[in-house]
Ligand binder design. Structure first.
Ligand code: NAG
Length: 412
């Protein structure tokens, strides 16, 4: 027991020294006036900010679009893209504070997807020129002006899996052209493994961060936590240094299920995660506004990751829970897998949406809601299966529900 305590303490020290907090920002998940990006950066708790979302894209030639709810709007450049001057300034402010800023592609609402790997590869230059260090576009054509993001995130929740591995691999070619700083690729799979939309990306391309959404699914911390599945994936991932994040709701209102308090986060990190933590990278929260509207949640979490929190769990109880948590996870995983579809289908928070062919916007077929599709679709999530006929998925949140249960676009 003593030996286990010492091991648990040593693991915690290792975890704390490397752990980061990543916050999605842009969609005003708290349904309140979202503060500026720089405001959240200057609070000092988080390390990575993921701008959400670029929610419309399909090729280098098609019109793309971005959406940051109340943080940008109104003015559009001649190329049809919103001019988000303040976000551009804030990106630079945040970077001076040592924060990493990623642009997230996807989200639960939008119109996106690629018809082939080569089309997706062609889009890498577009991203690099408009948001990276590429020189192909003038400053006035770039939504964030001369600000250069630190990477691109894939929060793909519809529209098929085609092209994302090719795009990420191609982006790395562009990254290599600028040795002045480090660029990153991240993805936000839902916790059922493998993810229907970014599973292919994660298995084929080098990804730096996986912000696993341990919420709205059976595999959350308060469900049948499948951390080991992700930790084991990491060991044989194309980038075996990939950082796996515990992705959580920032408040009980920001997801349909899966919210846990900081004491539970601490006991999870010291328990089930410590037992298999070589690739643990930290905690992701959806989203900045809801997390900071939730009392001291983010600063308390910072304390937990720094090992300075006076949470209820000490290292000896952590070592005990390490044993039991792993055992529970291993034993109950397979049976939970079978019930996931029905439990996900019970969600009442899921917005309805329809898939729309990129060429024929009126030819809509009915889709299951994202919370269902993330798991329901998993039964047909073989990445090798052919892409659906439609190359993009367009869907809108049901404004009659508070659809913060997924990485949602702020309902209008
Ligand atoms: C962002 O997306 C929401 C939800 O689809 C929409 O209501 C809103 O108009 C969009 N904002 C901009 C600036 O495009």
């Amino acid at each position: 027991m003593l030996a286990k305590s010492i091991i648990a303490t040593a693991l915690l020290s290792f975890v704390a020294s490397a752990s980061e907090i990543a916050l999605y920002w842009g969609q005003a998940g708290a349904n309140t006036q979202q503060e500026s990006l720089a405001s959240y950066c200057s609070k000092g708790d988080a390390d990575i900010f993921i701008l959400s979302f670029m929610d419309t894209f399909s090729s280098a030639d098609a019109q793309m679009d971005i959406n940051f709810s109340n943080a940008c709007g109104g003015t559009r450049a001649n190329n049809g893209l919103m001019e988000c001057t303040q976000i551009g300034e804030d990106i630079k402010t945040c970077q001076k504070l040592g924060k990493k800023i990623f642009l997230s592609l996807g989200g639960a609402s939008g119109s996106y997807g690629f018809s082939s790997d080569s089309v997706a590869e062609g889009f890498a230059e577009t991203l690099w020129d408009y948001f990276g260090a590429g020189t192909g576009k003038s400053t006035s054509e770039r939504p964030f002006g001369d600000a250069v993001v630190d990477g691109f995130d894939f929060d793909i929740e519809g529209g098929g899996a085609t092209g994302y591995a090719a795009l990420a691999t191609k982006l790395r070619d562009y990254y290599a052209q600028d040795s002045s700083k480090t660029y990153y690729i991240s993805a936000a799979p839902q916790c059922p493994y493998p993810d229907s939309y970014v599973g292919d990306l994660l298995s084929k391309a080098k990804v730096d961060y996986a912000f696993v959404q341990f919420y709205n699914n059976y595999c959350s911390v308060d469900g049948t936590f499948n951390w080991d599945t992700w930790a084991d994936f990491a060991k044989s991932a194309p980038n075996d240094q990939i950082k796996i994040f515990l992705g959580l709701p920032g408040s009980s209102a920001s997801a349909g299920s899966g919210y846990i308090d900081t004491d539970t986060i601490k006991s999870t990190i010291n328990g089930a995660i410590a037992a298999n933590n070589a690739n643990f990278g930290g905690v992701m929260l959806w989203d900045a506004s809801s997390s900071y509207a939730n009392g001291n949640f983010v600063s308390d979490l910072r304390g937990v990751l720094d090992g300075s929190s006076s949470g209820s769990s000490d290292s000896s109880s952590a070592s005990a829970s390490s044993d039991s948590a792993s055992a529970v996870t291993a034993e109950s995983y397979s049976s939970a897998e079978q019930s996931e579809v029905s439990s996900a289908a019970e969600s009442t928070e899921a917005p309805a949406y329809s898939s729309v062919s990129s060429t024929e916007a009126t030819e809509a077929t009915s889709y299951s809601a994202p919370a269902v599709s993330s798991t329901g679709v998993e039964t047909s999530s073989n990445p090798e299966s052919p892409a659906p006929a439609s190359t993009s998925v367009a869907y809108t949140a049901d404004s009659s529900t508070n659809c913060y249960s997924i990485h949602s676009i702020y309902p209008s």
